[in-house]
Write a protein that binds this ligand. Sequence first.
Ligand code: SAM
Length: 213
Amino acid sequence: MAEFLVNEAVEDYAFVNTTAEPELLQELIDETNKNMGWPQKLSGRLVGRTLKMLTALHQPKNVLEIGMFTGYSALSMAEGMPEDGKIICCETNPRAIEFAKTFYERSPHGHKIEVIFGPAIETIETLDMELDFTFIDADKRNYLNYYEKVLEMTRPGGLIVLDNVLWSGKVLQPESEIDDVLVEMNRRIAADPNVENMFLTVRDGMNVVRKLR
Ligand SMILES: C[S@@+](CC[C@H](N)C(=O)[O-])C[C@H]1O[C@@H](n2cnc3c(N)ncnc32)[C@H](O)[C@@H]1O
């Protein structure tokens, strides 16, 4: 998972000076740390509050999440969405799904979240909808495939947010197939006249892409 790319003291400073997530999400972090393998998968406050801010500003009704884990990012996005908004979450880990659902049941925003078990590539093929907002956060090998498929399904003006686009800095000196996928994806996004993007150095890098046409 992501190593600190930003100086740790700066990262801590940003953390304490960012709005805290609701208590339920703090409990979700604690329980994930205690009970689930590899708790570092959870994106955390800086990414979560960025997602909440984006959904609060953008007011998306049709949202897709690729890689839900224990539900931290899904609940963060749901918090900013309108009451009749809906997130479809793709996840392959049944234990993570079971865990996340216990928190959705307790959240005033949980009714906006639908979970679909199975590989995201297969789930996306079954969806017949126009997307307003997507968060991509799983299975880096397929990032470019997810991005291209989701871009087709996104309405003009819609947003796609990709997490871990710095990949612990490995995009600067790519050595593996996954490094190459991320480098190629970031390059294509920046060169595409049909989208505009901002590449944020938040945590492990977030690429925020807006479809223009
Ligand atoms: C980095 S974690 C997601 C973290 C979550 N978005 C958050 O911020 O709390 C990635 C998740 O994607 C799931 N996953 C991995 N491969 C997948 C696939 N092909 N389709 C759907 N989910 C997948 C993993 O089980 C894992 O829970």
